[in-house]
Design a protein around this ligand. Structure first.
Ligand SMILES: *Cc1c(COP(=O)(O)O)cnc(C)c1O
Length: 367
């Protein structure tokens, strides 16, 4: 069976370094807010190209803390609107609603699966305060037009960079294109810890200070509490592991891209739609999404041929029980993607033979 994601193999690739780092942290007796996390914040802000990086517990917390930070700064208040793609992973939207803000869902473009820049301006009104773009599947969602709309309407541009570490737009990394970005280092992400971890990147000094405090019980000085904070920090063990994996990230992304571009070139089955990639730098393929009108049949066929696939995602946010007041709304493009999308195995440890086997099996599928 070709696994969708072989985390054991991914970790084994750097096992010696990871074991040594884990041993170092374990033996040090210092497990939180220490040298490893400080080092990771420096390394990662340098990698992304921002003045600040603030480690936190996970990607959802990173996004939640950004909105909460803007609320504490008086930039946003409960009831304000945040524009977000309708086909994103639920966490992007949870970060908005958790802060009492209102998500305004916008359809994606069917060629890129990213928020449709042509459908944004029509939903902007005096309550709009931000656009949360999501670099879904690892592809850059930023466009010049989106940047221009944020300037014109005085909106914050926030990036959900959970799936796109290392992705570039005109030479600049995603995560440095807007006012602030949330990153996830969930184990399955392109840059993955061995547990939960996340980070916020920004050039905004005040936001950086506020979110750091909010993630540390609302404290800026020990035992003095300015905000009703929470506890969301990156731990030393995860930071030490991420410091190692960050050093290898670009070579791993190259391998991912190589696999993806083989898929794009060699999958010739007319029933399958492969991603359209105009700029090789602007897609790091966290996910390799294909579309097929007989998606469920294709998934069964591939399973019978020894290939594990996943669906990203089976149910769109507006059809989820947790957002039941939206269940009757219609987002046809989003629903079409959720009906037709299938994710092929992709990683830095997939072998050339495995890639060939996937391509052959997909090409063999008779619709
Ligand atoms: C994974 C993910 C998140 C959440 O990150 P966690 O670390 O799992 O909390 C947010 N947004 C997107 C698009 C994601 O893929």
């Amino acid at each position: 069976m070709i696994k969708f994601l072989d985390l054991q193999k991914i970790t084994a690739k750097y096992a010696d370094e990871i074991h040594a780092a884990a041993r170092r942290v374990i033996d040090s007796g210092w497990y939180l807010l220490g040298e490893e996390s400080k080092q990771f914040e420096t390394n990662y802000s340098r990698y992304i190209g921002t003045n600040h990086c603030i480690g936190c517990g996970n990607g959802l917390d990173a996004l939640t803390l950004i909105f909460r930070g803007y609320i504490e700064m008086g930039v946003m208040k409960a009831g304000d609107e945040v524009i977000v793609p309708a086909n994103t992973y639920i966490a992007s939207i949870l970060a908005i609603t958790e802060n009492g803000l209102k998500p305004v869902l916008v359809e994606p473009n069917l060629d890129t699966y990213q928020i449709d820049e042509e459908k944004i301006e029509e939903v902007i009104n005096e309550k709009s305060k931000a656009i949360l773009i999501v670099h879904l599947y690892g592809q850059c969602a930023y466009t010049e037009k989106i940047g221009m709309l944020c300037k014109k309407h005085n909106l914050k541009l926030i990036e959900d960079n959970a799936q796109a570490h290392g992705c570039k737009y005109n030479g600049k990394k995603t995560g440095s294109l807007g006012d602030a970005a949330g990153h996830s280092f969930y184990p399955g992400k392109n840059l993955g810890a061995l547990g939960d971890a996340g980070a916020i990147t920004t050039d905004d000094d005040e936001l950086a200070k506020t979110v750091r405090s909010l993630g540390n019980y609302g404290s800026q000085r020990k035992y003095v509490f300015r905000y009703l904070g929470r506890n969301s920090r990156i731990d030393e063990l995860q930071a030490a592991i991420l410091n190692i994996k960050l050093r290898h990230l670009d070579e791993d992304l190259e391998l991912r891209k190589k696999a993806a571009h083989r898929y794009i070139k060699e999958i010739t089955n007319p029933n399958i739609i492969t991603p359209i990639v105009k700029d090789r730098e602007a897609h790091v393929f966290h996910i390799f999404p294909i579309r097929c009108s007989l998606r469920n049949e294709l998934q069964i066929f591939l399973h019978e041929n020894g290939i594990e696939t996943l669906i990203h995602y089976p149910i769109p946010p507006h059809k989820q029980e947790c957002y039941d007041n939206w269940n009757n709304r219609s987002f046809p493009i989003t629903e079409k993607i959720h009906r037709e999308e299938l994710s092929l195995p992709i990683s830095a440890v997939l072998t050339g033979q495995e890639i060939t086997d996937v391509i052959h099996a997909v090409n063999k599928f008779n619709a």
